[in-house]
Write a new protein. Structure first.
Lengths: 334, 468
C-alpha cells in the first residue's frame, strides 16, 4: 500500500468535454471507455430521435478529436438508449443499449463488427443491459439491469456464466479489479457489491445515506492496483473513495475548469465570455440541504450526474458527468 | 357501500384525480367519501415512481435542457402518483400562471416552477403568489429582471393583477405602475449572463445553469406607493398582502376552482362581463377563501363537500384536458410500471391533442372546456385511447379483462359484459345511446380476451370517456 495522504489520493487535474448535440463534444454522456493509446470512447445518450446526437465520441486527454460513430436507430451500429462502454485487448469497443437489449462491438476506429443480445430473462437474454467491463482474457461482464444480475459472455457473445441475482437490485456500472474480483454498483441497494471471479459474493461497501462512506444510487465503480475503490455516488452527486476493507477515505464534489473546447467556444463568442467573466459562478444560495442535485444544477464546477468512473493505466480517474457533458480528470495515488 | 356512494367517489376521483381503476375505487369506497376527500387533500403516504428512477433512464429528465424533459417527468408523476390532487392543482396553477419554454428556454427552471406549484399549490394563496413573484422562470417570462428603479417594466405587475389574482376591472393603470415599482429589484442572480444565454439558447460550455432569485436592494424603488386604497413604501410582499385581502381576488380564485373542478365557465377574458354559471357556489367558495385564511385546501374541502359538486347534473360536464386524458388512460393501462422510452411518444400525444405542457399558447394559458375539442383533436383522443386501452399487452388492460372474465366464462350477456367494462374503467356511467352502441358491439364479440378488450376499446371512444 502506498504511503499517501488522503488529499493526495485524488487530485483534480483537468476537464475534457463540451456540450454539443453532434460531432465534437458530448451530450448526456453516460460512460467513457479508455482504449488503445489512451483514446477515449465517450458514449452519448443524447436526446432520443436526434439522429447524429446518439453517438460515441472519440477523443483523448489532450482534447484531440477523432470523430464519432453510431447514430440513433435500430440498425447495426446504431443505438437508442446507449449506456455503457468497454474495450478489449484488441482495442475493440463494446457498447450496451438498454432499449435494444444488446451489445454492439466496433473496431478501434468505430467500424461496426458484430452484436449480440435478445430481450428476455432467460440465460443469455438481457433486459436493459447497462454497465459493461472486460477482463484480461476478453471475457465480457454485463449488468443485466432489469433482470437484477450479471452475465458473463465470451467476446463473441457466447454465454458463460450468470451471477448476482440474489443480491442485486438494478445493477449499473461494474468493473473487474486487478485481483480478478468483480465489483458492481448495486444501484437500487445503495452499495457496491464485490464478487469473486466465479460470482461468489465477498463483500459490500456503502449503504444508504448521505454521510461519509454512505451511498445513494451508485452508478459506477473502479478499483486500483492497491484495492482502493472509487465510486460514482450518483444520487449524492459526488465521488467517494473506499480503502480495500471498505473504510471511507475521501469524497469529492467536483472542481471543473474550462476544457480546451470550452475555452475555444468562449474565445469565439466574446459576448458570452464577457458576461461570464462578470458572473459569480459560485453564488451563495439557500439550498435545500437534502438536494445535492439542485445544488449541482446551480454551481457549474460541481459534479452533476456523475455516471461513470474509470481508471487508466497511469492512475488517472475519469469522471463522466452526464448533465454537464464533460469528464473531470483526477490523478490518483494508485 | 351504496352504489350511489361509489358513483360519487368515482366522480370525485375524475375531478380531483385522473380517474381510478376498479381496485383503487374499491379501496377509496371502503373508506367512504369524506375520508377520500381528506386523503386526497392530505395524502398519508404520497408515492410515485421517483426522480431517481426517472433520471436513471431518461437523462434529459435529469438535465432538463430542452422543452420536453420537464413535461415527460411530470407525466410520470401524473401516471404513477398516489396523490393525484397534487398533480391536478399543479395543472390548475400551470394553466393560470402559464409560463412557457419559447421565452424561458430552460427546461429545469420550468420544472422547478412546476415543483413549486406542487409544493405550495394546496396551501396559502399568499405564499403561492409570493413564491411566484420570486420564481426565476416567471421573472424571465414576464421580464421582471428588466424592471428597474429608474425604468419600470410593467409586465409582471400587470399580469399579477389581471391574470394571477384579481381580474380585469378591479384596479387602475396607476395601481399597475405602483405594483410594478414595488417589484423593482426582484430579479435572478447573474442576470446579464443568464439572460444572454437564455436569449441565445446557449447550453455551452457545460449545459444549463439553474437560476436563483436575487433581490437587488440598490435597484429597488423604496419610495411611497399608493395601491388599492393604501399608502406606504411598499415592497412586493406588501403588494401580495394587499392583493390577497381583496374580495375580487377571493372571487377570482373561487371562479377558477369552480371552472377547474366543478363545471366549465366561459374563457377567463369573458369573466368581467359574464356572470358565473352558479353565483351561489362562487359566493360559498369566496367565503371559504377568507374563512380559511386564503388556504386553497380549505376552499377545496368546502368545494368537494358541497352539493353543487356532488350534483348529478354536473357529472361528465367537463371535457378532460389532454394532460388529464392521457394521464387517465395511462393509469388504466399500467404501461409505466418502470421507466420506458415510450413515455416520450405518449407525451407527444398531448401535443397532438392541443396541449404541450410548459408551452402554453399565451400568458393566458389554455382555454378549457369544449375548446379542447375540434375534429382533429377528437380523432387524436379517440385513436390514442382506443389503441392503448385495446392493447392486451398492457398489464392494466390485461388485468381489467381478467377481472371481467373471472368466474364468468364465456357466458356473459352482452349487457352484463358492458356493465363490467364500465366498472373496470372507473365505474363510468354512460348515456342510453352510448350503452346501446356498446351492447350492440358486445353482442358481436365472442367473449374472448380480444373480444372483451374490443368493448373496452370502444368504451374509450364514448363521449363520456372524453369527459370527467
Amino acid at each position: 500500500m502506498p504511503s499517501t495522504t488522503k488529499t493526495a489520493l485524488i487530485q483534480y487535474s483537468m476537464t475534457v468535454g463540451f456540450s454539443a448535440m453532434e460531432g465534437r463534444g458530448f451530450y448526456y454522456p453516460s460512460d467513457t471507455a479508455i482504449g488503445k493509446d489512451g483514446r477515449f470512447y465517450v458514449v452519448n445518450r443524447s436526446l432520443e430521435t436526434v439522429d447524429r446526437g446518439v453517438r460515441v465520441t472519440m477523443c483523448d486527454i489532450d482534447s484531440e478529436y477523432y470523430g464519432t460513430f453510431g447514430s440513433y436507430g435500430e440498425e447495426d451500429g446504431q443505438f437508442v438508449w446507449a449506456s455503457g462502454a468497454a474495450t478489449d485487448s484488441q482495442g475493440r469497443v463494446y457498447v450496451t443499449d438498454e432499449y435494444l437489449h444488446r451489445v454492439s462491438v466496433f473496431d478501434s476506429e468505430g467500424k461496426f463488427l458484430w452484436k449480440w443480445g435478445t430481450s428476455g430473462s432467460g440465460t443469455g437474454e438481457m433486459d436493459g443491459p447497462s454497465g459493461i467491463t472486460i477482463d484480461g482474457d476478453d471475457n465480457v461482464y454485463v449488468s443485466d439491469t432489469h433482470n437484477n444480475r450479471i452475465q458473463k459472455f465470451a467476446s463473441d457473445g457466447e454465454h458463460l456464466h450468470t451471477f448476482g441475482s440474489e443480491h442485486l437490485d438494478l445493477p449499473w456500472g461494474l468493473t473487474v479489479a486487478p485481483s480478478g474480483d468483480v465489483y458492481v454498483a448495486d444501484w437500487g441497494n445503495d452499495r457496491i457489491h464485490r464478487f469473486s471471479p466465479s460470482g461468489e459474493p465477498l463483500a459490500t461497501y456503502g449503504g444508504s445515506g448521505r454521510g461519509d462512506g454512505q451511498l445513494q444510487r451508485p452508478a459506477s465503480v473502479a478499483v486500483d492496483a492497491n484495492g482502493y475503490v472509487y465510486v460514482a455516488d450518483w444520487g449524492n452527486e459526488r465521488v467517494q473513495v473506499f480503502d480495500p476493507d471498505g473504510g471511507f477515505v475521501i469524497k469529492a464534489r467536483g472542481e471543473a475548469t474550462l476544457s480546451k473546447w470550452a475555452e475555444n467556444f468562449l474565445k469565439i463568442n466574446g459576448e458570452e465570455a464577457d458576461a461570464r467573466s462578470r458572473a459569480n459562478l459560485e453564488p451563495v444560495i439557500d439550498f435545500d440541504p437534502d438536494d445535492p442535485h439542485e445544488e449541482s444544477s446551480h454551481i457549474e464546477k460541481l459534479f452533476w450526474s456523475p455516471m461513470s468512473v474509470k481508471l487508466d493505466f497511469s492512475g488517472k480517474l475519469y469522471v463522466t458527468e452526464s448533465n454537464r457533458h464533460r469528464i473531470q480528470v483526477f490523478q490518483t495515488a494508485g | 357501500m351504496q352504489e350511489q356512494d361509489t358513483k360519487l367517489i368515482a366522480h370525485l376521483l375524475r375531478r380531483a384525480g385522473f380517474g381510478a381503476t376498479q381496485d383503487e375505487l374499491a379501496a377509496y369506497a371502503a373508506q367512504g367519501y369524506d375520508a377520500t376527500v381528506e386523503e386526497l387533500l392530505e395524502p398519508t403516504d404520497p408515492r410515485w415512481m421517483g426522480d431517481f428512477m426517472a433520471r436513471r433512464f431518461h437523462h434529459e429528465q435529469s438535465g432538463m435542457m430542452g422543452p420536453w424533459g420537464s413535461g415527460d417527468n411530470w407525466l410520470y408523476r401524473m401516471i404513477t402518483t398516489s396523490a393525484p390532487l397534487h398533480e391536478k392543482i399543479t395543472l390548475l396553477w400551470h394553466g393560470i400562471f402559464a409560463t412557457g419554454y419559447p421565452k424561458v428556454i430552460h427546461g429545469k427552471m420550468l420544472s422547478n416552477q412546476i415543483r413549486m406549484f406542487r409544493r405550495y399549490g394546496l396551501g396559502n394563496f399568499k405564499t403561492l403568489l409570493s413564491e411566484l413573484a420570486r420564481d426565476p422562470a416567471m421573472i424571465v417570462w414576464l421580464d421582471n429582471y428588466d424592471n428597474h428603479k429608474d425604468a419600470i417594466n410593467e409586465n409582471f405587475g400587470r399580469e399579477l393583477l389581471e391574470l394571477f389574482s384579481m381580474g380585469v376591472g378591479n384596479y387602475s393603470e396607476d395601481h399597475i405602475k405602483d405594483a410594478s415599482r414595488a417589484f423593482t429589484g426582484w430579479t435572478i442572480g447573474n442576470t446579464e449572463y443568464m439572460v444572454l444565454r437564455s436569449e441565445r439558447d446557449s447550453d455551452w460550455p457545460y449545459g444549463r445553469i439553474s437560476w436563483h432569485f436575487d433581490y437587488q436592494a440598490d435597484d429597488h424603488d423604496d419610495g411611497e406607493k399608493e395601491f388599492l386604497g393604501k399608502k406606504g413604501r411598499f415592497d412586493g410582499e406588501d403588494i401580495v398582502d394587499i392583493i390577497c385581502e381583496q374580495e375580487s381576488t377571493a372571487r377570482f380564485i373561487a371562479r377558477h376552482l369552480y371552472h377547474f373542478f366543478v363545471a366549465d365557465e366561459p374563457p377567463v377574458p369573458a369573466w368581467p362581463y359574464t356572470p358565473p354559471r352558479d353565483p351561489a357556489a362562487i359566493d360559498t367558495l369566496a367565503k371559504a377563501y377568507f374563512d380559511g385564511d386564503y388556504n386553497i385546501s380549505y376552499m377545496l374541502r368546502v368545494l368537494f363537500n358541497s352539493d353543487f359538486f356532488k350534483a348529478e347534473n354536473i357529472r361528465y360536464e367537463k371535457v378532460k384536458s389532454p394532460a388529464e386524458f392521457v394521464a387517465g388512460v395511462l393509469r388504466l393501462t399500467g404501461e409505466f410500471d418502470r421507466p420506458r422510452r415510450e413515455i416520450m411518444d405518449r407525451g407527444r400525444q398531448m401535443l397532438y391533442m392541443g396541449q404541450h405542457l410548459n408551452n402554453p399558447p399565451s400568458v393566458e394559458g389554455w382555454r378549457q372546456g369544449t375548446d379542447w375539442l375540434d375534429t382533429g383533436s377528437l380523432v387524436e383522443r379517440i385513436n390514442f385511447a382506443s389503441e392503448q386501452i385495446g392493447d392486451l399487452n398492457r398489464p392494466g388492460v390485461k388485468a381489467m379483462v381478467d377481472n371481467i372474465s373471472a368466474g364468468n366464462g364465456d357466458h356473459l350477456s352482452s349487457s352484463r359484459l358492458v356493465e363490467l367494462c364500465l366498472e373496470q374503467m372507473g365505474d363510468i356511467s354512460v348515456s342510453d345511446s352510448s350503452r346501446e352502441i356498446l351492447v350492440s358491439y358486445a353482442e358481436q364479440t365472442d367473449g374472448s380476451p380480444q373480444g372483451v378488450a374490443g368493448v373496452l376499446r370502444l368504451l374509450a371512444a364514448t363521449e363520456e370517456f372524453q369527459r370527467a
